[in-house]
Design a protein around this ligand. Structure first.
Ligand code: ATP
Length: 306
């Protein structure tokens, strides 16, 4: 028995060490706010995207079981169309984009892409078909060209240049002393939020995915930058199935459908015109944002007059 207990103790020791290691990793993931890896189903198949219709069917989700975030949310983004999600802060808008990427599994309902449940396809194939322009793009510590080419590694220099032009960042890059070879990221040239977002748009133009997911920056951009970014976004989203998480209402006017999310539920839906006419939450958000923009504009004119 003595002989046996030593190895058993030893195994117990190893087991505890490994377990502790795993716990530390779990805690690290919590700290970094990185979702824990969702697993592919054992018989997962690659997603096959034709036209790229997205459907959320009675989706319910909570990060923490005690606090539901999305409650029975259903909507469809028809192939090639644009649907915008708006709503107060904390309503669950960005959560919808994370779920489409399957960073988390949902607790109720289904998310379908061209009729295929995303929980039963290979994650890698899902993420390959979706182009994401996030709120805050993190750039690699490498050249601007590398950061753009990441969208499609076999792209030629000419392709990279053209994508940058379309994303309205070309002239900015040309003016830098090292042009496309300029180092960016933590140790390189620091780009503004709007510039980083345009690099992400250029990357997405190169990737040319059938489905596009735009998470607009919350931070205020000046009108000029906002218009440039908007022009670039309009260009990439043309003919692509696009889901926009919108923080600024000016960008949703032309969406085919606007979903107004409140406390994890769809409070209103319709086109810009329809929602204004129904005089509800969207109309009051619109009114408030217009007043804010007008106030800013007056302030700017007054400052310029000084
Ligand atoms: P905003 O307009 O301010 O960006 P939002 O509508 O995009 O807000 P979400 O980011 O989807 O809101 O968050 C919805 C709710 O989920 C918030 O109350 C938030 O605190 C919570 N939440 C978000 N991420 C996590 C997470 N990783 N773990 C736990 N709760 C989270």
């Amino acid at each position: 028995l003595m002989q046996l207990s030593v190895p058993l103790n030893f195994i117990g020791f190893i087991y505890r060490e490994v377990r502790q290691g795993l716990t530390d990793i779990e805690q690290m993931f919590d700290l970094l706010d990185v979702p824990q890896e969702v697993q592919d189903a054992p018989n997962a198949k690659p997603l096959v995207v034709g036209k790229g219709t997205i459907e959320f069917r009675n989706v319910s989700f909570a990060y923490d079981p005690a606090r539901p975030i999305l409650k029975n949310v259903s909507f469809e983004v028809p192939a090639g169309r644009t649907v915008a999600i708006v709503g107060p802060s904390g309503a669950g808008k960005s959560t919808i984009s994370r779920l489409l990427f399957r960073f988390y599994d949902i607790q109720g309902g289904e998310i379908l892409v061209d009729g295929q449940n995303i929980a039963s396809v290979e994650q890698e194939s899902l993420r390959r078909e979706i182009g994401m322009v996030p709120q805050d793009t993190v750039l690699f510590n490498d050249t601007i060209a590398y950061n753009i080419r990441y969208g499609r590694t076999d792209a030629s220099e000419e392709d990279v240049r053209r994508a940058a032009e379309l994303a309205q960042i070309g002239p900015f890059i040309e003016r830098l002393p090292d042009g496309y070879r300029t180092m960016v990221g933590e140790r390189g040239l620091k780009l503004s939020g709007g510039e980083k977002q345009r690099v992400a748009i250029a990357r997405t133009i190169l990737k040319a995915p059938p489905i596009l997911m735009l998470d607009e920056a919350t931070s205020a951009l000046d009108t000029q930058t906002e218009q440039e970014i908007q022009a670039a976004l309009d260009l990439v989203s043309r003919g692509r199935t696009t889901l926009v998480i919108a923080h600024r209402l000016s960008t949703v006017i032309s969406a085919d459908e606007i979903i107004v999310l409140k406390d994890g539920e769809i409070a209103e839906r319709g086109t810009h015109g329809e929602l204004l006419a129904s005089n509800g939450l969207y109309a009051s958000m619109w009114q408030r944002q217009r007043e804010a923009t007008e106030a800013e504009e007056k302030l700017r004119i007054a400052r310029e007059a000084d």
